[in-house]
Write a protein that binds this ligand. Sequence first.
Ligand code: BES
Ligand code: MN
Ligand code: ZN
Length: 492
Amino acid sequence: MPPLPSLHVTTDAISALDVDALIVPVFRGAIEGPGTEQALRAVGIADVPRDADFRGKVGEVRHLAAPGQAWGRITLVGLGRLDELSDEQVRRAMGSAIRDVATSARTVATTLALTNPSASTLRAAAEGTILGAYRYDDLLGKARPHVLTDVTFVIASSTGASADDALTRGRAHAKAQCVAARLVTQPPNLMGPEEVADAASELLPDDVDVDVWDEARLEQEGCGGLLAVARGSARPPRLVRLRYRPTDPVARVSLVGKGITFDTGGISLKRPSAIMEHMKGDMGGAAVVMGVFSALSELRIPVEVHGELCLAENMPGADAQRPSDVITIRGGTTVEVMNTDAEGRLVLADGLALAAESAPDAIVDVATLTGAVARAIGKRAIGIFANDDDLLRRLLASAEDAGEAMWHLPLWEDLRDNLDSDVADLENLGRGDEAGATMAGLFLREFVDGLPWAHLDIAGPFWQDADRYHLPRHGTGVGVRTLLRWLDPRDG
Ligand code: BES
Ligand code: MN
Ligand code: ZN
């Protein structure tokens, strides 16, 4: 991953800045909106050409030549309507503008701050900037065009420490999201269960303990879900146990991530028409958990956080599990595997059971669990299921603040008997009511021992085919910023 840019604030005059490019945010419908005219005058552009094609829609980008200036060009970016201004509009505008300039400018300044940003707006701008600067170029053989090293926010009056703090936190949250996005985008031949476990040891800071359970250990510990799913693959499963222990923690929580490094469906093979290459991202939940852990110490989060990454590859090999096999999950629950493509809930069952054993204050799992969730609420939103109203409310509020769409979905009690099996404690499919995402949630709930728990189904937003505002194409890392805000009492 190329280094992400450093962020700065300044109260210097724009004309005094020595940068390669200047970004000037513009409100919709008024190119002379607050700050814009002043910013352009300061760089010698008195007469802005009216352009019917540029309307200032959020994220819309337009280049202006800046003759006679050392840095040569100005990038206008739409901020949307002034009367609708939100942190998310700023995050989106900065993401679009920075992605546009990041491969051609080394140093950039933006006048955003002439609209007098609050700390929270500055933080959103920092998030948009870092995400806009990210791209997945690890495997490009040719010279990488990525050059952006420094972004300076020009603010009208110094807000001192609070501005620096906003930039630091925005940068840390966005950088953690980039860690997750990159893991999702990595090709599956290079990122099997062992490689993800290695990545956890390599990229997480020293104060995160990383304990990796191999196949023999999983056998000893009775993790039958992970072992069953991995049987069809030449690559063995792994359970990665992460521990972050600050001094005097105010709470203790556990994060569990689905880490299927490739999902073919197994013997219940996915139809060829399914866009199977997206299934390299079926470890998106584990990637989100890793992203969160990458930032905990930097943010000095005062909460003890445990992580369980449930890693396996779901392949239809000669020793693969069969539909109707019965397996035993950690803790002894037996499951009749009616469909081997419902594999995520099997590996998560082991992870949730393990998480529940230490009785944390809350358990949150993150998983690319069902196609059904995206059909219900669309590809941009996280579906949330929970057995605890307070936990649900706090996660929804954190998602709102982070600008990550999240929608509450039901765990209908009435549907629970669809999971009854004639030969085992449960079956993994739960047919009959077509509520695919809910059935998966009800299945997972069986393993949390009644503790406060929430399940984030990220099967929609974990991936997108094209860049959209601050969110990069392919793996997006959506979920990381919500969880970091939830974990940080300063954001509460
Ligand atoms: N990994 C998939 C879910 C998925 C689909 C994630 C599309 C992202 C995009 C999961 O393992 C799966 O195959 N789910 C099945 C469940 C079914 C067999 C009950 C599904 O959604 O069809
Ligand atoms: Mn599957
Ligand atoms: Zn899957």
